[in-house]
Design a protein around this ligand. Sequence first.
Ligand SMILES: [Zn+2]
Length: 64
Amino acid sequence: MCDLCGGTHSVGGQDGSLLYIQPCPICGPISGAALVEKNKRMAKFDEELEAALQRYALAEKDVS
Ligand SMILES: [Zn+2]
């Protein structure tokens, strides 16, 4: 894994008061396949978050 971007293919920087994000100069912009993989992980995270929130909502109902 790349030390600079940590495998995200994007690095942040600061120029004066301006924050910016740019493609990693070592491994280059994120590839299509990697981007699809990243979106899959994000979708899975959303599902898990939704499930957790639903469990929480059910637990709240039990209390009241
Ligand atoms: Zn990199």
